[in-house]
Write a protein that binds this ligand. Structure first.
Ligand code: FHN
Length: 578
């Protein structure tokens, strides 16, 4: 059976590049079963650890800009000089059991550690190089195996990061920002295909067979073609059940999307995804980076991600002695305290049934006998009344997760109102457990419905966003960060009184950008004046549009690529033409 599966995977690996996409060799149900633990887990620990922790951001007395693990590339450190740092990489304080315990106490359910990063250094004894923990450091012992064991003893899943293309030490390895065959040191000379065959592929085989990871986390497909990626992809058959990410390159999409250092505006349709993020500003240890995120930010990031159907992979960067920096530990403990009370509202949940909630986020569990909505309240209402907009489902119970206190609810035309105690149980986020009958029944929020005077206001908060950069900014109630002109937004709304409408856009702009407004085959092009800065809004007339019949309709905005400069968009208003 294993042989048949392996040959299917190999077939897939050969066909995929030709077809430009993965060829499914498992059914939907098989895939769901393979992904099940990962989808439930929601929260994982990323560990970037390696020789770069020795210089820790400083080379020849200079603080090198950029992320710590890129110091070799960014300072163009010659290979021999960089290799010498390994003699100071002696993690005598490494305590894998304590790391696994820390992850578990933080509420994390899996660990992914760099088995080899772009500097090419292997944290495991490798049979194909002496640039590894065993041969190049005074420590001389495997770092990966003990962590795999400790993680599993804590009930955590275990994953390995592997930089399959970039390697700044072994001859021929790929280098970001350089053409194939180039390097900054004559020692780099070599053939990339030979590197892949003689270093990368054997090492992937080593880590998959020796540590049996649950996840293989590829990174940076530099210089990668389908033909180059295929043999690496084929190796994943060595570990049945393995979950891989989308960073192998060559047309192999893997199992997960991996937005880095950002939370996408919405989830990914029909794709599993995981935001990876640093606790400060670097992945690998940098002694002077004190730009730590607060526990509030971390918890709210986790909730935001989970409410959009994703996982959060949060990074720590240990020192060369094997110590996770104290500010990381402190924050993870604070997150863990929150998770201890509220974990039920995170693990095993699925994405929010609401588009936007003005006071926080929602996660849910659907069961045959009804659903549970977990309302994560970031902003506690001063009047003690929390409106769950548009919710029509009959309520079975509403309780505060922190203390089990039952909360009165009242159904109304705008949704369900929950009466709350005067103060929030948790200043970061308090969870209300709302059990309802049936699946969530939510009517479009009032903002999407035509007002009695015939006008329609389409606020930023109600937009459905498309693309990677555009975001809704809670704090300023606008769409922003719209750097990619391929991104767009649309609004679905209900019109009872059709007719001709004057359209106006509330926008702040610092350039001469333009976008198109599209509705029912009609297009308006609107150019924006420079309003001076991104907080100064002007209402700009855009022309008129005809809505011929009552019913639901969609209005879409899409940038004009030429001359695009990001704009902040607050709302679009349609007023019946006189
Ligand atoms: O270049 C790396 C970086 O050092 C770090 O490992 C991150 C983690 O996602 N990945 C790469 C950049 O995308």
């Amino acid at each position: 059976m294993k042989r048949i599966l392996a040959s299917l995977w190999i077939l897939q690996s050969l066909l995929a590049p030709a077809l430009g996409a993965d060829v499914p060799v498992e059914t939907r149900a098989q895939r769901d079963a393979r992904m099940a633990w990962w989808r439930d887990a929601k929260f994982g620990m990323f560990i970037h650890w390696g020789v770069y922790a020795v210089p820790a951001g400083t080379y020849q007395g200079r603080q090198i800009p950029g992320i710590g693990e890129w110091i070799m590339r960014n300072a163009e450190i010659p290979v021999a000089e960089y290799r010498a740092f390994a003699r100071q990489f002696n993690p005598v304080r490494y305590d894998p059991a304590a790391w696994a315990q820390l992850a578990r106490d933080a509420g994390m359910r899996y660990i992914v550690i760099t088995s080899k990063h772009h500097d090419g250094f292997a944290l495991f004894p490798s049979g194909v190089t002496d640039w590894d923990i065993e041969d190049a450091t005074p420590y001389g012992k495997d770092l990966i195996g003990p962590l795999a064991q400790a993680a599993r003893e804590q009930g955590l899943r275990f994953g390995l990061y592997y930089s399959q293309a970039q390697d700044w030490t072994h001859p021929g390895g790929a280098k970001a920002r350089l053409q194939e065959g180039q390097g900054w040191d004559p020692a780099h000379r070599g053939n990339f295909d030979r590197y892949l065959k003689e270093i990368a592929a054997p090492q992937v085989r080593e880590i998959l067979t020796r540590y049996q990871p649950d996840i293989l986390w590829w990174d940076t497909p530099t210089w990668t073609t389908p033909e180059r990626a295929a043999p690496l992809y084929a190796l994943t058959a060595l570990r049945p059940g393995l979950i891989t990410n989308n960073r192998l390159g060559g047309g192999f999409s893997g199992d997960t999307e991996t937005p880095e250092q950002r939370i996408p505006a919405t989830g990914f349709a029909d794709r599993d995804w995981e935001t990876c993020m640093t606790l400060n500003g670097t992945w690998g240890y940098k002694s002077y980076d004190q730009n730590w995120k607060s526990a509030e930010t971390l918890v709210r990031n986790l909730i935001d991600i989970v409410s959009k159907g994703g996982n959060y992979l949060l990074n720590v960067g240990p020192t060369p002695e094997g110590v996770i920096p104290a500010p990381s530990i402190q924050r993870l403990r604070e997150v863990g305290a929150w998770m201890k009370v509220n974990g039920e509202a995170i693990y095993g949940t699925t994405s929010s049934p609401f588009k936007k909630l003005p006071w926080g986020r929602c996660t849910k569990k659907i069961a045959p006998d009804g659903a549970t909505l977990y309302l994560h309240v970031f902003q506690w209402p001063p009047d003690g009344r929390l409106l769950v907009p548009g919710l029509k489902s009959p309520v079975t119970s509403a309780t505060l997760m922190a203390n089990g206190v039952s909360l009165p609810t009242q159904a109304g035309p705008d949704g369900l109102t929950i009466s709350l105690p005067a103060s929030a149980p948790d200043p970061i986020s308090s969870t209300i457990v709302l059990r309802i009958q049936g699946a969530p029944d939510i009517k479009p929020s009032p903002g999407q419905i035509q007002a009695s005077d015939g006008s329609v206001t389409l606020p930023a908060s109600e937009a459905t966003l498309h693309g990677k950069t555009i975001r809704y900014e809670d704090a300023h109630d606008n769409l922003g960060y719209w750097t990619d002109p391929g991104d767009g937004a649309d609004w679905l709304f209900l019109v009872n009184q059709p007719g001709r409408f004057d359209v106006a856009v509330d926008v702040a702009s610092v350039g001469q950008a333009a976008f198109e407004i599209r509705l029912d085959g009609q297009t308006l092009r609107v150019s924006f004046p420079n309003t001076g800065d991104y907080t100064r809004y002007r209402t700009v007339p855009a022309g008129t549009l005809e809505i011929a019949a009552p019913g639901r309709t969609t209005l879409r905005v899409q940038p004009v690529r030429t001359g695009w400069r990001p704009v902040n968009l607050k709302s679009i208003r349609l007023t019946p033409s006189k």
